[in-house]
Design a protein around this ligand. Structure first.
Ligand code: FAD
Length: 347
């Protein structure tokens, strides 16, 4: 069901997929309203502001392959909310740390990952789109004029001729279950993995790696608990912030420790970093430390993604998001953008 100029479109989820979809539809002249259960837009590209530092807790950096996404990233760079990072990637294992060149250019939001989604949200609002944050949509109800949306606090929105759901599949499944068997069964074929993301802020820089001239910025870790370490203060626009690291856990380890207290998880991830770090063990003082649990962090390996990278169902319902296309920032953006193209009847 294509959207017409008189369509009223609701987008549930203001992560990068929902925002990309809303932006494309709004550029095509459609009336768009966004909803997100969180305090702001961003989803898994959000950043955490602490008194001393800003930490990226989801995506740490992203790659660019598709020409449409490359063009969009150039626009973000022109707007000043994206920069290239890191220049110095390492592989960290108990046998040592080595510079790791995988030939990929990576990018990051500047001065924090959430700058990109904030830029998109502001641009949408300047085009007249509404964004309702702290609004968890719990129910969709069909009416003769379209879909009514009900929130967890019993607010009612709509009706809308189209509803785009960009929430991760287990959350999307609850919304479509009653109304669209095909979309519901697709959600069930897209199982998700969980992931802990820790952070530590220090009062002084970490000791340099022995024998390494360059200052490391991000390291892929070979450790049972730890998968990725990134130094937030080395990201563009954060040069004046104190030393801080994001510690992204291994997926199996995360699921084994899923219901633990976040403080205990943060300590374990920091212990993992210490056990891997080759420099003499004179660590700077910790000024802040914590961990965030992503219950739906990325699609499982056996996820059965649709060929199109999005899904259009009955009566104006559709799905987009990273899980329908591949599990990365670029996949999420393309999923939302291409769904909007399909809904607008443009290729
Ligand atoms: C720890 C971690 C590290 C990562 N590292 C990388 C990386 O290095 N490179 C990379 O490319 N990708 C990485 N990713 C993946 C990347 O972050 C995601 O692919 C991308 O951000 C997903 O965007 P999305 O819009 O599809 O989903 P999300 O960002 O999850 O957006 C969905 C939104 O829906 C909202 N929502 C859910 N249910 C409801 C509801 N009922 N009502 C209203 N709102 C709702 C949520 O609040 C959320 O904001 C990482 C992810 C994690 C968790």
């Amino acid at each position: 069901m294509a959207a017409h100029p008189s369509s009223r479109i609701a987008v549930i989820g203001a992560g990068i997929a929902g925002l990309a979809c809303a932006k494309r539809l709004s550029n095509a002249g459609q009336s768009v309203t966004l909803f997100d259960k969180a305090r702001g837009p961003g989803g898994r590209m959000s950043s955490k502001r602490r008194p001393k530092a800003t930490l990226d807790l989801g995506a740490q950096a992203f790659t660019v392959r598709h020409a449409d996404f490359a063009a969009e990233v150039e626009r973000w760079r022109d707007a000043g909310c994206v920069a290239k990072w890191p220049n110095c990637l390492y592989q960290a294992s108990p046998s040592g740390w080595q510079v790791h060149h995988d030939g990929q250019n990576r990018f990051v939001g500047a001065p924090r990952m959430s700058a990109i989604t904030r830029h998109l949200a502001e641009s949408l609002e300047s085009q007249g789109a509404a964004l309702h944050t702290q609004t968890r949509i719990t129910t969709l109800n069909p009416t003769t004029d379209g879909w009514q949306l009900k929130s967890a606090t019993d607010e009612v929105f709509g009706p809308y001729t189209h509803v785009v759901i960009s929430a991760p599949p287990p959350q999307a499944a609850k919304l479509v279950q009653e109304w669209d068997n095909r979309l519901f069964s697709l959600c069930q074929r897209l199982p998700q993995r969980s992931c802990w993301a820790g952070w530590v802020v220090f009062d002084a820089p970490l000791p340099a790696l022995p024998g390494e001239a360059s200052e490391w910025q991000m390291a892929r870790a070979q450790h049972p608990a730890l998968r990725l370490i990134s130094r937030n203060h080395t990201k563009p626009g954060r040069e004046d912030a104190p030393e801080s690291v994001s510690l992204i856990a291994q997926l199996d380890w995360s699921e084994e420790h899923l219901e633990e207290e976040s403080d205990a998880v943060a300590q374990k991830l920091f212990d993992a970093l210490r056990s891997l770090y080759p420099a003499p063990l004179r660590w700077p003082k910790i000024v802040d430390m914590g961990a965030h649990r992503w219950r739906y962090s990325q699609p499982a390996e056996n996820a059965d993604m649709p060929e199109e990278g999005f899904a259009i169902g009955h009566d104006g319902l559709s799905l987009c998001g990273d899980s329908l296309r591949g599990g990365r920032v670029e996949d999420a953006w393309l999923s939302g953008h291409q769904l909007a193209q399909a809904l607008s009847g443009q290729n």
